[in-house]
Design a protein around this ligand. Structure first.
Ligand code: CMP
Length: 138
């Protein structure tokens, strides 16, 4: 089990002014920030990041959305980080997310669901490496 996960606060949550509230929830849940940056990715970069979904019907919509405005990307540390973070953010579709989760509070739809959380230790490492060098981790 790894103790790190990777997250993005997505363009919808940034546009809606929820960065502060989401970071507050992440902190309150006991995650330590190892690396963090505020940036806008290109369509090509979004396509690369979400390459595993390239055959899915929503790939174009997803990569268009993720490159539509700035995001916050971060590596987080906590015991059982991947699973605990997925509990904190709630189901991918906010309509199915538990009360009190980040997506229940701040997501608007399945496509625009406020935050990303890695789905495995392996992907947490791959995704963190996509955004951050060793010099950017503390
Ligand atoms: P995320 O956890 O970032 O990983 C892949 C994303 O694809 C997911 O969150 C959703 O935002 C998005 N997604 C999944 N299913 C659909 C869908 N049917 N339509 C649009 N977007 C989707």
């Amino acid at each position: 089990m790894s103790n790190r996960t990777f997250t993005m606060i997505k363009p919808d949550a940034v546009r809606n002014g929820h960065i502060g509230n989401i970071l507050q929830m992440i902190n309150a849940a006991g995650f330590r920030i190892i690396a963090m940056k505020y940036l806008k990715i290109s369509k090509q970069q979004a396509e690369k990041f979400y390459e595993v979904h390239s055959e899915r019907p929503f790939y174009g919509e997803l990569t268009e959305f993720m490159s539509s405005g700035p995001i916050v990307a971060a590596i987080l540390e906590k015991d059982n980080a991947v699973a605990d973070f997925r509990t904190l953010i709630g189901a991918t579709n906010p309509a199915q997310a538990e009360e009190g989760t980040i997506r229940k509070k701040y997501a608007t739809s399945l496509g625009e669901n406020a935050v990303h959380g890695s789905d495995s230790d392996e992907n947490a490492a791959i995704e963190g490496n996509f955004f951050f060098s060793g010099l950017e981790r503390f």
